[in-house]
Design a protein around this ligand. Structure first.
Ligand code: 13P
Ligand code: SF4
Length: 329
């Protein structure tokens, strides 16, 4: 039987998964076939919670590397594998601990990228020096060493709760400026934003929303907080990917415009057969999230690739920041 036959790949993955006591965690943006075979599919917050509590020997993470890193930080007693080592979130690379950020990438189909407010040679240490004593809230879309230098983590599902949980009147939020501006709008605190962005969400603009609403006049518009603030301000509901699943399910409405990566449409449609979902833009596709395939899952389980390990000097402080977030309900 050919190696790329989907049924064959599925069968092999399921067998090896059982033999090795492995659990597959998949983000909501993964390919349909990857979501289908996963033991648990969720948003960043749900996946972190699951990784910290699940009973297994191996966690195989289908997502981007910062997610597998978080699983390795939270579950040091388990083998944590990531399917594709080069599935890197470009936003997570937009802030570094003590080095200049890398040259800005060109993102296909993304016109008019925002200009960086901070100079290129600015690092996390520089911003901490500029605002001494101000706590740093790190979006989970950061590397482990950045988390280790932060006070607490957040996800798109809990950013406002996390900011409000801190006793300080001023906080630094890194690296996504849109998520930070959204938090600032929903809290009384002063939020100092870094100016990173997700190119998948940043490309959506007001005219896309107007066009989609003109075409689907009955549809509610759901937006992910990685979208620009002006887009969030005209949304019917702003929430994380799993928040969108809950909102669509609970709503009496039947049609929805989906302002996030199109991988979420698979679950939205599967879990709501009587409802209709329209992508805000067809090109809201994260190439990094799509790198994982059934072949990569099988290879990971057969060859133990790619193993995520972190030195204790990074893992322990990074775990403190993640644990602090997970304590907030
Ligand atoms: P969540 O809605 O899962 O928090 O995530 C968004 C995201 O961009 C993950 O990369
Ligand atoms: Fe990063 Fe955006 Fe892709 Fe999420 S969707 S992994 S934030 S580039």
């Amino acid at each position: 039987m050919p190696f790329d036959d989907k049924a064959f790949l599925r069968e092999e993955i399921l067998q090896l998964k059982e033999q090795r006591r492995a659990i597959i965690l998949s983000h909501n943006y993964q390919r349909d076939e990857v979501q289908e075979i996963a033991d648990f599919v969720g948003d960043s917050l749900e996946l972190s919670r699951t990784a910290s509590t699940i009973d297994c020997d191996i966690i195989l993470f289908a997502g981007v590397t910062f997610m597998a890193e978080s699983a390795a930080i939270l579950s040091p007693d388990k083998i944590v594998l990531t399917t594709e080592m080069d599935a890197l979130c470009p936003m997570a690379d937009m802030i570094r601990v003590n080095l200049p950020r890398p040259e800005r990438k060109e993102f296909p189909g993304f016109e008019n990228p925002p200009s960086f407010i901070f100079p290129r040679d600015f690092s996390l240490w520089d911003i901490k020096k500029k605002y001494p004593g101000t706590p740093v809230v790190a979006y989970v879309n950061t590397t482990a060493d950045v988390k280790a230098e932060s006070d607490i983590c957040c996800t798109s599902a809990n950013v406002v709760k996390v900011v409000d949980s801190l006793p300080d009147e001023r906080v630094i939020c890194i690296p996504d400026k849109n998520l930070s501006l959204w938090a600032a709008k929903n809290t009384r605190k002063e939020v100092i934003a870094w100016d990173g962005f997700c190119h998948v969400h940043e490309r959506a603009n007001i005219s896309d929303v107007e066009k989609a609403r003109a075409e689907h006049s009955k549809a509610l518009f759901m937006a992910h907080p990685e979208c620009r603030l002006e887009v969030l301000e005209i949304a019917d509901h702003v929430t994380s990917t799993s928040g969108m699943l809950r909102f669509a399910k609970a709503s009496a409405e039947k049609e929805f415009i989906v302002g996030t990566e199109i991988g979420l449409l698979y679950r939205l449609r599967k879990e709501n057969p009587g409802k209709i979902f329209y992508p805000l833009r067809e090109d809201m596709v994260c190439p990094e999230m799509k790198k994982t395939t059934l072949k990569s899952l099988l290879r990971a389980l057969r060859e133990n690739t790619y193993l995520i390990t972190l030195p204790d000097e990074i893992r322990i402080p990074a775990k403190k920041a993640l644990d602090k977030m997970l304590e907030i309900r």
